[in-house]
Design a protein around this ligand. Structure first.
Ligand code: DGY
Length: 308
């Protein structure tokens, strides 16, 4: 029977599967704030046969060197850039993630960010809440119409394709994409990155974070975007060079930016991005629906149970 360590509280009804199979389970008591510390993670992981990890847990060579029993890691996320996959492979440690079950939730959050950015939802709400609502304003909070605009998807995986479907079906957008391979199932045109940046009114990032995509969007790429483009990122903060983003935004480039992800996370409330009224930042909540989180919890447990 295996000993499983889970680094954060998740929907615990799913643990029944593991407990019924006779495995022992420890869930890190996270009544304190934030993710488990690296030192505690190393200590707990060193005793475990299996780990349930969060995207905030750093699973690196140093940790793996101290985990002689570890056979399987089941990540409670689709992105696994926090895990050194090469080092896992060297040790024959199997790594699972949770694709598919969070596709709709993540695409919907991207869509919500897009609408909120285009229509200045948060600034308008803050204005009303702060008692600055004086009456109906013919010139107040004029937003950007979205219907029929050109959408560029960076990273046409399942989430990118679902986000594009919402925009194409709901808002009649014309979609193109940039990615490492042709996607025959995706009814959109594959283009090179420069074409996508120059032609799109909306650019939405959905690629995994890899050596190829780290800072894929730097100052040069940001400047290639239309001056009134909307940029959405629900992938990983590190795909955008954040300093460059602040720089171009302060110069008045881009209509608005919606970020579910930043670098680092959490982003300090003092960060310059929080001072810009056309930037909307969410605390990485793309998969945070009850349905997605139940399905994710079931899947992480099934993955371990089936593997063991
Ligand atoms: C993931 O699962 O990788 C997403 O970032 C969650 O929002």
């Amino acid at each position: 029977m295996a000993h499983i360590f889970c680094t954060k509280t998740i929907i615990d009804a799913s643990f029944k599967l593991l407990l019924d199979s006779g495995h022992s389970l420890e869930v890190w008591d996270d009544k304190r704030d934030g993710p488990i510390s690296y030192d505690i993670l190393v200590k707990k992981a060193s005793q475990a046969d299996a780990l349930i990890t969060m995207l905030s847990d750093k699973i690196d060579k140093n940790l793996l060197d101290q985990c002689p029993k570890l056979k399987v890691i089941s990540q409670y996320a689709v992105g696994i850039n926090n895990i050194d996959l090469k080092e896992c492979e060297n040790r024959a440690i199997k790594v699972f993630n949770t694709p598919d079950v969070l596709t709709d939730a993540s695409a919907e959050l991207g869509f919500a960010l897009l609408l909120a950015c285009a229509r200045k939802i948060i600034p308008a709400y803050e204005n009303a809440k702060q008692g600055k609502w004086r009456g109906w304003e013919p010139m107040g909070f004029l937003g950007k119409s979205l219907k029929g605009l050109k959408l560029g998807i960076i990273g046409p995986g399942k989430i990118g394709q679902e986000f594009a479907r919402l925009c194409a079906k709901g808002l009649e957008m014309e979609v193109s994409y940039f990615g490492p391979s042709e996607k025959p199932e995706f009814a959109a045109k594959r283009v090179d990155l420069t074409t996508l940046l120059k032609d799109s009114d909306i650019i939405s990032i959905h690629c995994p974070l890899t050596d190829d995509t780290r800072e894929l969007i730097g100052e040069n790429e940001l400047r290639q975007m239309k001056a009134d483009a909307i940029l959405i990122n629900t992938a990983r903060g590190e795909v955008i060079n954040q300093d460059a983003l602040v720089k171009v935004l302060k110069e008045g480039h881009l209509h608005s930016v919606g970020l579910d992800v930043t670098s680092p996370e959490p982003l300090s409330p003092e960060h310059e991005l929080f001072q810009l009224s056309n930037v909307l930042i969410m605390p990485h909540i793309a998969s945070a629906t009850v349905k997605a989180r139940i399905d994710m919890a079931n899947l992480v447990c099934e993955n371990i149970n089936n593997f063991i």
